[in-house]
Design a protein around this ligand. Structure first.
Ligand code: NAP
Length: 270
């Protein structure tokens, strides 16, 4: 079974070790390759996928631009407008989004409640779209703040979210039951945080979907303030597990995927 990841650039991805651990655990023969694909080669890459791959993941910068090349979309991928998993069905390529249910599975696994809760999302990129859609579908009250207000406004209008402006940010953060960083601030940079020092929820859970480093500055400060926290690894593992199940029809060994991802992270320090 040939699987892979389409993106550009691709470096230090945890997906090959996670997916190959899941294949081994399920007793399936196969491989998961990094398919570095500059934008100009996306069409040709998808033709190759159609011929020889059972499925692929899709990452930056192709999650949205891949849509016109596909033959069908799951309802989630359609609503989110982004695809992170492609499944080949015969000679048809069907786009799915497992980031959204993967995020929710990570919360469920950690016992974090969200239904009816006030969730504040920081960021308005592709990941924010998936997280916002998922939380809204699950009955959370979702608000969103982004550095570039136009982008925040467009996403809030598209998904029916509450827009938080720079003026209302402090009160929204303090009263959040769930604060989720979906910006890339903190990625490979333990010294930066998307919020000014000292600005944290009074009593909410703080989630950072950045997984490298495992403890970002935002999470460290939240822990020091005595707040419960969750890092980005659960979302990464669960989106991968759900993709694996779509490709193979087998239940993914999530613990084997966690172990493989943690071992790789330990070898590739930031
Ligand atoms: P994206 O589409 O490029 O969006 C990036 C977001 O970060 C935008 O909202 C951008 O704001 C914001 N941002 C970037 N630099 C900033 C800064 N200096 N100050 C404030 N805001 C800043 O990226 P994405 O695909 O959504 O991914 C975002 C992060 O999520 C990445 O770190 C990625 O690794 C992580 N991620 C994790 C998982 C997982 O499974 N754990 C899955 C997907 C993504 P502007 O609009 O103002 O530019």
């Amino acid at each position: 079974m040939k699987l892979g990841l389409i993106g550009f650039p691709l470096e230090h991805s945890l997906s090959p070790v996670m997916q190959e651990a899941a294949l081994r655990s399920a007793g399936l023969e196969g491989s998961y390759r990094l398919l570095e694909t500059p934008p100009a080669f996306l069409r040709a890459r998808l033709q190759e996928v159609r011929r020889v791959y059972a499925g692929v993941n899709v990452t930056i910068p192709h999650k949205e631009t891949v849509l016109p090349y596909l033959d069908g979309l799951s309802p989630e991928a359609q609503a989110i407008g982004a695809v992170n998993t492609i499944v080949r069905e015969g000679d048809r390529l069907i786009g799915h989004n497992t980031d959204a249910p993967g995020f929710i599975s990570g919360l469920d696994e950690a016992g974090i409640a969200y239904r009816g809760r006030r969730a504040l999302i920081l960021g308005a990129g592709g990941a924010a779209r998936a997280v916002a859609y998922a939380l809204k579908e699950e009955g959370a009250q979702v608000a969103l703040y982004n550095r570039t207000p136009e982008r925040a406004k467009a996403l809030c209008q598209a998904l029916g979210l509450h827009l938080v402006t720079v003026e209302s940010l402090e009160i929204a953060v303090r009263s959040a039951d769930l604060l989720i960083n979906t910006t890339s601030v903190g990625l490979k940079d333990p010294s930066s945080s998307p919020l000014p020092p000292g600005l944290l929820p009074r009593a909410g859970v703080v989630v950072d979907i950045v997984y490298n480093p495992p403890i970002t500055r935002l999470l460290r400060e939240a822990q020091q303030a005595g707040l419960p926290t969750l890092g980005g690894l659960p979302m990464l593992v669960w989106q991968g597990a759900l993709a694996f199940e779509l490709w193979t029809g087998y239940r993914a060994d999530v613990q084997a995927m966690y172990a493989a991802a943690r071992a790789q992270l330990a070898q590739t320090p930031i």
